[in-house]
Write a protein that binds this ligand. Sequence first.
Ligand code: DNO
Length: 410
Amino acid sequence: MERTWRWFGKNDKITLAMLRQIGVEGIVTALHDVPLGEVWTREKIHDLKTYIESYGMRWSVVESLPVVESIKYAGPDRDEQIERYKVSLRNLSAEGIHTICYNFMPVLDWARTDLLHANPNGSSNLYFNYAEFAYFDIYILQREGAREEWAQFRFPEGYGEGRNVLSEADAMAKTMTPEKDHQLVETIVIKTQGFVSGNFKEGDKEPIEKFRKFLDLYKGIDKNQLRENMKYFLEAIMPTCEECGMNMCVHPDDPPIEILGLPRIVRTEEDIQWMLDAVPNKHNGLTFCAGSLSAGAYNNVVEMARKFAPRTHFVHLRSCHIFPNGDFTEASHLGGRADLIELARIFEQENPGLPMRVDHGMTMLGDESKGYNAGYSFLGRMFALGQVQGILATVDRELGIKYQQPGFFD
Ligand code: DNO
């Protein structure tokens, strides 16, 4: 596997010079300053690519070339937006970049309710609490139908026994303050979305109003319709991908559950199989995000890796722990539900050379005061990368794959 790292561009406090020292070979990044829906020009791509190369690394993967909402809900300008997307694909390919990570999640990219949840060892991790999310939905967003949906909510078998998320949310309503509400909105809407999606930005004045408008766009769009819209998009771009050797790899929904009354269609083995079969072209592939998939109790991540390795173009190594009450947090990269050791073995065997990045990491040893993007600490991710490098070195030796970490005399 190619050892890559998600870097947020020239303003990232974590510099390429730092990454070079810790065994990073490839960079995963995006043109974060280009507004959503605008074409990525060849000049801008070239500029960033050359900058990365000047540090002895390469731009391996784009994460993300965002798919605007109107492509997802089939708005009036969808075809125009798809044409722009194709131009960006051609420009990226002309600069030698051939792997694109994107997602097809409506409105909200990924979701967590706590970004600094204490681990027993004094570090912290990202956390998802169902009752807090239900509180946000019912009391802050005040979404029509939310209360009824949460009343029907059931955890997957074996989890959350005897738990009533709706009454927990109602109990929370008695103790929440405007400050705590603000904090939850910051977490769910701004801090997790601000740096990845383009729908919401740091400093948005009325994020909840904005959120409601986005939700309205999806009225009447169910799972089947969203699937059709995804198929439409993929079929439309495949000829361009073939022509310029571009691998598209969809990121699974994180967490892999239906939320806010919105359909989510990349959650399970069946979903992924559907989307690969719907457009049976090798350029239509998957970002195997072990972390997102492992947050779903119904997902057997190792089996899914075996099944989908041939259509995987990019791997996110991360693992989740699901508590008996159904909430989940990010586990150590050596533990949790995802079994990264077995995954590394499967991918090295079945599809060698894939770009891989460690995903998320603990916030530790002072990371918390540096203002990093949520989940994207430096020391925590470096620690995880060290662990994953160890896994890969061991697996590679077992499989007879020669690998020399760059930057050392050995
Ligand atoms: C969060 C990320 C996601 C991911 C996008 C891909 O940490 O994994 O935001 O980059 O969904 O399009």
